[in-house]
Design a protein around this ligand. Structure first.
Ligand code: ADP
Length: 327
């Protein structure tokens, strides 16, 4: 029969075309796919039928021909894609739930460690003040005190970052002066810099740069950057805290001439626990949360943070806040 050449998917249509042709004496514009089993061509069928004979004309349909196998393969791939998408969405939800649970457990652990660590540190400090303590015991007490302080800092960072990650942070935005914040960071880090003989300077192009920020969180941003700049600079190499304004933005730059960051790691340093090296230039411990915290805090301020760095030559960390125009 004439239907022998019709592609399996078009048989029904072919039958209907013949039916219409017989019953009405004419039919036109039926798109039917014919096939030789290897290739398929969509053709547009028209015809006229009398009592004893009929004429059928077929012309290429407007559509481009497509290899039969290719067509099948495409629809199979399409189905597979839809299934995978569904599966992925399901996994995404499960992952989010797991991640929130992890953050919660981390916060509980960190919180419960805070008090005992404070007590350990405080007793170690008291011990150091005991009269008649021999040199060696003094060193031990000092080491206990230093380690307790580091662990406490770590715990605070973990708490901060888990709070930031879970979105349970409130920002108290006020008009604050970025220049004053830079000076403050210079003051509180003076001793840290002196211990490594690092000249810590402040450079400001403007006298005042008013931004809307949470004062405590702003200090944390600047401080984390300055602490890093000192940590990753060699003794004697200068660190500068700079405030500029450019294109409606107030810029805070922390500039160092330290060890720099390899190009392939520039994109990951703002992720949690993405430490590049084992420690600072004087063996300062490295946790890998400081910049993740900075990034989260910066986002809460509608600001951006970026880094320019060259291995062995130094880094510039730049935070750009929308500036508040004095009216
Ligand atoms: P941490 O300082 O505790 O390691 P951070 O999140 O603050 O964690 O920094 C992540 C990593 O980015 C650091 O381990 C270091 O390798 C790199 N880094 C950060 N700041 C600087 C800098 N000023 N110079 C060179 N490397 C830096």
């Amino acid at each position: 029969s004439i239907l022998d050449f019709v592609d399996a998917g078009s048989i029904e249509k072919g039958k209907k075309f013949l039916e219409e042709l017989r019953e009405q004496g004419g039919a036109g514009g039926w798109e039917i796919v014919v096939s030789n089993g290897l290739e398929a061509w969509p053709l547009s069928f028209s015809g006229a039928a009398g009592e004893t004979s009929m004429i059928i004309l077929a012309a290429p349909a407007a559509r481009e021909t497509m290899d039969h196998g290719l067509y099948d393969e495409l629809s199979r791939l399409n189905n597979e894609l839809i299934n995978r998408e569904r599966e992925l969405a399901r996994k995404g939800v499960a992952l989010e739930r797991l991640s929130a649970e992890k953050t919660r457990l981390l916060a509980i652990a960190a919180h419960d460690l805070r008090n005992p660590l404070t007590i350990v540190g405080a007793y170690a400090d008291m011990l150091k003040g005991q009269p008649g303590l021999d040199e060696e015991s003094m060193q031990w007490a000092d080491e206990i005190s230093r380690s307790a302080r580091f662990m406490r800092e770590l715990v605070e960072e973990l708490l901060d970052s888990s709070r930031l990650e879970s979105g349970h942070v409130e920002v108290d935005l006020q008009e604050v002066d970025l220049v004053a914040a830079a000076r403050h960071a210079g003051t509180i880090n003076r001793m840290r810099a002196d211990m490594k003989q690092i000249p810590l300077g402040i450079e400001t192009e403007v006298e005042k740069a008013v931004i809307r920020a949470d004062p405590v969180k702003l200090r944390q941003i600047v401080n984390n950057l300055v602490v890093n700049a000192i940590k990753f600079s060699r003794s004697g190499s200068p660190v500068t805290i700079r405030v500029r304004s450019a294109a409606g933005r107030a810029l805070l730059e922390v500039v160092d001439q330290g060890i720099g960051i390899p190009p392939n790691q520039l994109s990951t340093i703002f992720e949690p626990f993405a430490t590049v090296g084992p420690s600072g230039t004087a063996g300062e411990p490295s946790v890998g949360l400081g910049l993740a915290i900075v990034k989260n805090l910066v986002q809460l301020h509608n600001a951006t943070v970026e880094v320019e760095s060259e291995e062995g030559r130094g880094s510039i960390f730049r935070v750009a806040f929308p500036s508040v125009v004095d009216r």
